[in-house]
Every structure is written in C-alpha cells, then in structure tokens.
Design a protein around this ligand. Structure first.
Ligand code: AMP
Ligand code: ZN
Length: 470
C-alpha cells in the first residue's frame, strides 16, 4: 500500500485516488523566460519518479504539466530582448523538451500553455466576482479578496498569523514571501511596461495573474478535483495556496487530494535559482566524467523531501556508483556459467522486488530502495564470480533489472558510446592482442594503459576480450 506525505495534512497518508485506479496529476511546469536549470529538473524528476511508480503499482496516470508563457518574468524578458512573447518563450520551451528527453522523463499527456487559456481564465474570474471573492481596484486590476476564503493559509500552515487583519494590503506581483500576505492579482490591468502584451476582458485590457493560470488549466483539462498536485517547495505559498483559494471558491469542493512538494536543490546550501545566479544547466552536468544519467541517479538517491546540496564531487560519485550497475549489466550479458543455482537466484529476485516495493511504498524512500539494489548486485556478483550464472539466470536477472528500471530509468538509459570511439577501442584491443600473441607483453601493456586512460576497462575471457567504460 502506497503512502505519501501530504503537505495539506502534514502526514503520511495511504494513497487512494478519487476514482478507482485512475490518477489525475498536475505538476507546475516551467516559466519559460530563461533556460531551465537543474534545480527545476529535480522537481520534474520527482514528478516522473512518482508517475513511474504509480504505473508500476497498476495505476493509470493522466498527467498534465503547464508551460507558463506569460507572467511578470516572461514579459520583462521579451521586452528586454526586443522580441515577441512567443518568439522569446519558444526557444526556452524547445530546450526544455530536449532536456526532458535526455533525462528520460516520460512525456506528460499534455503541456498546456497559459496563453491558450485566456478565455477560461476570464470565465473563472467572472465567476469569482459573482461569488464575492474578487473585486476590481482603483488601478483597474482585479484582486482576490483573501478575507472571504475561510481556510486561506492552511496549506502553508499560516493559520495562526491572523491573516484576516493582515490582509489589508494588495500585491500585484506574481511571487511574494509569506509575510507579504494580502489580496493577490487575478487580472492585471495593462500598463506601459507590458508593451503590446494584452488581452481584452470585462475589466479592460490586461493579462492574467500567474496563480489563476494553473487553476484554469487544471479545471479545463483534469476537472474540478484532482488526485495529486506537485511543485517545488517554494510554491506552497503563495502559488498553491492561491490555486486552492481560486478553485475551491468556485467549485466548493476539495480541489486537490494530495499535495506533494519537492525540497530544493541547493548550491553551497543556498537554493539554486536564476535570481541568485547560482544555477547549472543540464549541459553543465553532462561532462566527460559524469553525464545526465549520473544526475538522474544523484537526484534519485536522495529522498524528495530532503534538500540536496549539489556538488561536482557528488555528481562524480554518482557516476562511479552507476558504473557499478553498468558493469553488472555487462557481466550478465556475457555470463556463461552453469545454471545450477536458478532457484536460489529466483528467490533473491523475488525478495529484492519485495524490498523495493516496501521502501517505495513508504513515501518513495528511494535512498533505501537503491541501497537494496546494490546489496542485490553484490550478492549476485558472488554467483558470477563462481561461474554460477548461466544464460537462463542471466536472462531472469536482466529482466528483473529492466522491470526496476521502468521506475529508475537510469540503468538501460545509459548513453551508448559513439561509433568512432567504439572503433578506436576495437582497433587498440586488436593490436594489443596481436602483441600478446607475439609475446610482446610490454607493448600490450602500454595499450592497456592507453585504454585505461580512455576509461576503458578490458577483461579477457578465453580468446575473447570484453570491454566496458569505467
Ligand atoms: P519556475 O520556472 O521558477 O516557475 O519553477 C519551475 C518549477 O521548478 C517549480 O515547481 C519550482 O518550485 C521548481 N524549482 C525552482 N527552483 C528549484 C530548486 N532549486 N530545486 C527544486 N525545485 C525548484
Ligand atoms: Zn502552478
């Protein structure tokens, strides 16, 4: 039975979707005003992990991730770049999709754009106005009156801060801190800084506030109530609180059953963010010694509610740990021992699946689940050492890893070495073996050293030489 930590109740809860085995899931996607950094990707990796585990557990998942293509930041960026909003955001959006592919994040069912939902947004604001939750202020913008929403602040546990009297102020900015609590903008009246970015509305020309965009896309694409809503922990307040206030004021039903938040990726123990300038892009982690999969592995080895401090060393250590798994896969590929321990190996596999599920069901305890994988590999390596893994066992073991990798996605997703590199390695190995045949061992060893410098490890088995990347 899967248990997940719900930010709303601040407890682990048994996961039961609203309708039998179907899960409606929404993740706040990127604001495409710049390249998406690896901090953002940790949140998307988390959402991918959960989706993969739900699929593993027999659920069907209908997931949506939005693209914020209009807000304060995109407007500022496009105006500074002197380009249209669409031209400006498209380049970042395309890189985003390329990165998702590289990270082996499963495609969401839909990636809606905020700018395509303006009609729906206006409809919601009108409804909020009708229900007494929205008002137009002197500046012509439309605000949400938080004093009207009984449980405002509950998600971020702000109940004790006497919000109602504190709510005298108004904020026109999309993002603000907890102590700036106040009425927030649903519709922002057009001003000069917006240039020609505006839409007509009953309140005059303007554009939507950021928070209403998500409510509109969710309600349109997934309905009034959803099972899971995900975002980075910075979104708990105000963004997610505001999504609740907007949607529930219209539907009078509980909007989201389980709120899940990813702890931040940090650098030098500060949040990795564009505004602090301490961010890395995916291409920065895909270096010779590591790779995108090492990053996926690194993120998965830490629990999603624990902040992860990013360092080059931890990335390198992840690459090395991952290589242990790759070497194991390679050993299985060439295993030619006897199959006399099939039953024992089968039992070890069953046990390993049980442990994997036990830990993953416990609020996705990935550090422990991965630890059991390494224990399992160490155990099977002993059988391999003793030549007790034949074709049948190897096939069973590989299938087991393939099943697990439907959730992990860092094993069989390894980057294949390019053809030129492969050819060079093969040529060097051939010349080394020729030297050995001619008993020219000094030359043969020199080539082995050269291969080692290329991170290639070789192993002789009879006539054949196998190689792997270290
Ligand atoms: P943004 O593009 O800033 O709207 O952020 C997109 C998503 O990435 C949101 O869910 C954020 O909460 C999340 N996010 C931003 N910075 C980080 C970080 N350093 N670590 C984890 N998630 C982050
Ligand atoms: Zn959102």
């Amino acid at each position: 039975m899967l248990k997940l930590y719900n930010t709303l109740s601040r407890q682990n809860e048994i996961f039961v979707p609203l309708t039998d085995k179907k899960v409606k899931m929404y993740t706040c996607g990127p604001t495409v005003y710049n390249y998406i950094h690896i901090g953002n990707y940790t949140t998307y990796l988390f959402s991918d992990l959960l989706k993969r585990y739900l699929l593993h557990s027999g659920f069907r998942v209908n997931d949506v991730m939005n693209i914020t293509d209009v807000d304060d930041k995109t407007i500022k960026g496009s105006s500074e770049a002197g380009s249209t909003l669409t031209d400006f955001t498209q380049k970042y959006e395309q890189t985003f999709y390329d990165d998702l592919k590289q990270l082996h994040i499963l495609k969401a069912k839909k990636y809606p754009h905020a700018t395509h939902y303006i009609k729906q947004i206006i409809k919601l604001i009108k409804q909020l106005e009708k229900n007494g939750f929205a008002y137009q202020a002197e500046d012509k913008s439309v605000y949400y009156d938080i004093s009207e929403f009984e449980s405002y602040g509950k998600l971020a546990n702000l109940e004790n801060q006497n919000l109602k009297t504190g709510a005298a102020g108004r904020t026109n900015s999309d993002e603000y801190e907890k102590d700036n609590v106040g009425d927030f903008a649903l519709w922002k009246a057009h001003n000069q800084a917006d240039g020609d970015i505006k839409w007509d509305s009953p309140w005059g020309p303007g554009r939507p506030g950021w928070h209403i965009e998500c409510s509109a896309m969710i309600m349109k694409l997934l309905g009034d109530q959803i099972d899971i809503h995900i975002g980075g922990e910075d979104l708990i307040f105000p963004h997610h609180q505001n999504e609740i206030a907007q949607t529930e004021a219209i539907t009078e039903k509980q909007f989201v059953k389980y709120w899940l938040h990813k702890a931040h990726l940090k650098v030098d123990n500060k949040k990795m963010s564009k505004s602090l300038g301490n961010f890395f892009l995916l291409k920065d982690v895909a270096t010779e010694n590591s790779g995108v999969m090492a990053f996926r592995f690194l993120v998965t080895t830490s629990h999603y509610r624990q902040p992860l401090n990013f360092t080059r060393e931890s990335l390198q250590a992840s690459a090395e740990a991952l290589n242990k798994i790759y070497n194991f896969v390679d050993r299985l590929n060439i295993a030619n021992g006897s199959d006399n321990q099939l039953e024992k190996i089968e039992r070890l596999i069953t046990e390993n699946v049980k442990q994997f599920e036990l830990y993953m069901n416990d609020d996705l305890n990935t550090p422990n689940a991965i630890a059991t994988l390494f224990t399992f590999i160490n155990e099977i390596n002993k059988y391999l050492d003793q030549k007790q893994v034949g074709g049948k066992a190897a096939k069973m073991l590989t299938n087991h890893l393939k099943q697990l990798d439907k959730v992990w996605a860092f094993i069989f997703t390894r980057k294949k070495v390019d053809k030129n590199f492969e050819q060079r390695v093969e040529t060097l190995i051939k010349s080394r073996n020729d030297h050995r045949k001619n008993r020219n061992f000094a030359e043969a060893d020199k080539i082995r050293d050269e291969l080692a410098k290329m991170n290639v490890e070789i192993k002789d088995e009879g006539e054949k030489t196998h190689w792997t990347i270290k």
